[in-house]
Design a protein around this ligand. Structure first.
Ligand SMILES: Cc1cc2nc3c(=O)[nH]c(=O)nc-3n(C[C@H](O)[C@H](O)[C@H](O)COP(=O)(O)OP(=O)(O)OC[C@H]3O[C@@H](n4cnc5c(N)ncnc54)[C@H](O)[C@@H]3O)c2cc1C
Length: 375
């Protein structure tokens, strides 16, 4: 039973945001920027953000050449241009909002490894550079095959390397910690351990039910809510068009002789790896057991670890000795194309989700667009 004090000070808000990932926090911040007097709370089911935003690999990326060519096939050149532009602009806004120091943004470039089967994609590099040129201050993709030896890749399997000067890397933990700090400094409340189990919009306001260890359920109230629960959105909006996709990541112990520096993509984005200081982070291979990986449960799939370890040994670090330290997983949301979903579900309920595995860059932009729809 709630006290008058709790009812007066903790329960009712102008805006409630569900989910404290990069999209939820960015939405809350953008709403506050547009409506500084608004009271805003973010409800997060975990003690920490518990989806993808604190689990990712920290690529500040906008899509590799082969990924973008696939996007052009699926959604056409204009929408692919929009998507790349939203990602790059989102990244610029995130960096401006939090500062490069706070998120440990480093620009050592982005690289895509091209194997025999991907060589035909190189024929389209000029067309993609032309398409994307208004976004960047130079060519986004350049072929540089000297990098195969420089980085120590297996030259029998890696036939070419594409370099992008506009991709960088962040420290994901520092970014999320400073995003939380920034949100709270603007007066936004973040309530953790608050799993939303349902909501009801009566046309004037929304009642949001939260699982509560003490009282069973606590009902919060808001004029408007935003559902920013990405892969977990079907629990609240069962009709949402998304499939969850678990991503598995490994980190090595420090490697004194590590030659790699930057963020690297392979196999149309299905593999990704980067240096973190002198450790290597490698993730992906979800496509080797897609059905099992279409889950919202965290966990480690042995089929995928085998594939990741094989690739690490054979293609990426063929002449380097290393030890794998540990694995972790996070959950993303995908659809039949990579464009995010932003929608008005009912009079006072909005949602933004399905970031297609590239939320670091586009997340800030989605938050801003959602705030534009709500305020
Ligand atoms: C392994 C991995 C590697 C990745 N690497 C990169 C990368 O290098 N670069 C990049 O740009 N992107 C990467 N991504 C994708 C990126 O992390 C996501 O696109 C982005 O974090 C999605 O942000 P979000 O806020 O939409 O979702 P999330 O971060 O998943 O946030 C949703 C939040 O909602 C909470 N929630 C869910 N249900 C409820 C509920 N009922 N009540 C209350 N709270 C709830 C969850 O606990 C979670 O904290 C990666 C993702 C993974 C998993």
């Amino acid at each position: 039973m709630l006290s008058v004090w709790e009812k007066e000070s903790f329960i009712s808000y102008d805006y409630l945001i569900i989910g404290s990932g990069i999209v939820g926090l960015s939405t809350a911040i953008s709403i506050k920027e547009k409506d500084p007097a608004a009271s805003i709370a973010v409800l997060e089911r975990g003690i920490l953000p518990s989806g993808a935003s604190t689990k990712n690999a920290g690529f500040a990326c906008f899509g590799s050449l082969t990924e973008l060519l696939q996007d052009i096939k699926t959604i056409g050149p204009e929408r692919t241009y929009q998507l790349a532009s939203q990602r790059y602009n989102g990244l610029l806004k995130l960096r401006a909002r939090l500062s490069d120091d706070a998120i440990d943004y480093q620009n050592h470039g982005g690289y895509e490894l091209i194997r025999e089967e991907e060589l035909p994609y190189l024929n389209d590099i000029e067309a993609v550079n032309r398409l994307l040129s208004p976004i960047f201050s130079g060519l986004p993709f350049l072929i540089d095959n000297k990098l195969i030896n420089k980085f120590g890749f297996n030259a029998d399997s890696i036939k070419s390397v594409i370099y992008s000067p506009f991709e960088g890397q962040i420290d994901t933990g520092k970014m999320m910690k400073s995003l939380i700090k920034y949100a709270t400094s603007k007066g936004i409340s973040i309530i953790t351990g608050a799993e939303v189990t349902g909501f009801e919009d009566d046309g004037n306001a929304v009642t949001v039910s939260v699982k509560d260890k003490v009282y069973d359920t606590t009902a919060f109230k808001a004029k408007k809510i935003a559902i920013c629960t990405n892969a977990f959105t079907k629990k609240l909006l069962p009709q949402s068009d998304l499939s969850p996709g678990r991503g598995l990541v490994l980190i090595t112990k420090p490697i004194d002789t590590l030659k790699l520096k930057g963020v690297f993509h392979m196999d149309q984005g299905y593999y990704y790896f980067r240096n973190f200081g002198n450790r290597l982070i490698l993730g992906g291979a979800r496509n080797f057991d897609k059905e099992a990986e279409s889950t919202t449960e965290f966990g480690v799939n042995d089929k995928i670890t085998t594939k990741l370890e094989e690739t690490l040994k054979t293609d990426l670090l063929p002449d380097t000795s290393y030890d794998i330290d540990y694995y972790w997983s996070g959950i993303m949301a995908f659809g039949d194309h990579k464009e995010p979903v932003m929608l008005k579900h009912s009079e006072n309920v909005y949602a933004g989700f399905r970031l297609g595995g590239m939320g670091v860059a586009i997340g800030t932009e989605i938050g801003e667009n959602l705030a534009d729809m709500m305020v």
